[in-house]
Design a protein around this ligand. Sequence first.
Ligand code: MRU
Length: 349
Amino acid sequence: MVTGLVDVETLRWDGRRRELVLIDQRALPARLRYVRCGSVKDVAAAIRNMTVRGAPAIGVAAAFGMALAAMRSKARSREKLLEDLRKAREMLSATRPTAVNLFWALDRMMKKAESMSTDRQTIVSELVKEAQKIHDEDVQMNKTIGRYGAELIKDGARVLTHCNAGALATAGYGTAIGVIRYAHESGKKILVYASETRPRLQGAKLTAFELKKLKIPFYVVPDTAVAFLMSKGMIDCVVVGADRIIAKTGHVINKIGTLSAAINANHFKIPFYVAAPSSTIDLHKKVEEVKIEERAEDEVHYVGKTRITPTGVKAVNYAFDITPPELVTAVITEKGVFKPEELYRFLTG
Ligand code: MRU
């Protein structure tokens, strides 16, 4: 098992070698190894194969992907460079469809490039700076989310979280785990239940990895145990992250299993909180316009290298689900804590 630094460096720009360095999240917790991306193609592959995952982390990686595309472009004119960047945006957009942070970051990078009329070298260095800014802002937003969210967590609280919404899913500190971490660091006694998150086990592998490093007491529990734990009075609140929150209606799109946790929490009258930065809030789309990613059946058929289903059977593998606003007690953002249905008015008004 990996030990060492408390704060994991999910993504880092290596300015000397001009590469994006990612923790290979597929290898955790057994091994802490890194993948180096020297081109937009490398970054697209790393997002697609989930070397890097988690909505904010995907956005930051894509931003550096755009910077790499500019850096490696052979274009001689600004117009040609912008054309190459549009192609890069297309390639990165096609990696994972659900987390809105990806598209948010790509638009921001493209706008930055289009806003400059200077020479190629300046555009390249400004794009690297912009990607780093997106990275640093994400860490700051998460710390603020942590501070707001921690106020909602009572001393002695037993908190359920699902999937991994920690430092590994972001540029640092985490959203849902940021809330838990802030409460823990401010001296509250917190016990976490981390649901495993079948089929890719982000809870069992990544959340457990982070909580262990942070020395926050926790248990890993099967996804199927959540309702029973709640029925026994063992959970005081739920805190999860989000891949996309539909501002107009307050629907929360997050890792498959979130909806079950929300329905159960509602049944047992347990507060259900969603922690997310404004880069996760979609001001434009309606919920029915969002593509819910479907991943390979083999993720269900196999645990590690072992096939657990009979050969020839079929599986359904939606990566995300949609929790309606009436099941969400509050959304914790870096701008404050809101009822899901208040988001649009607050963010646009
Ligand atoms: O498929 P993943 O691992 O990218 O899904 C991640 C999640 O669903 C997280 O809960 C979400 O991105 C919030 S991360 C702060």
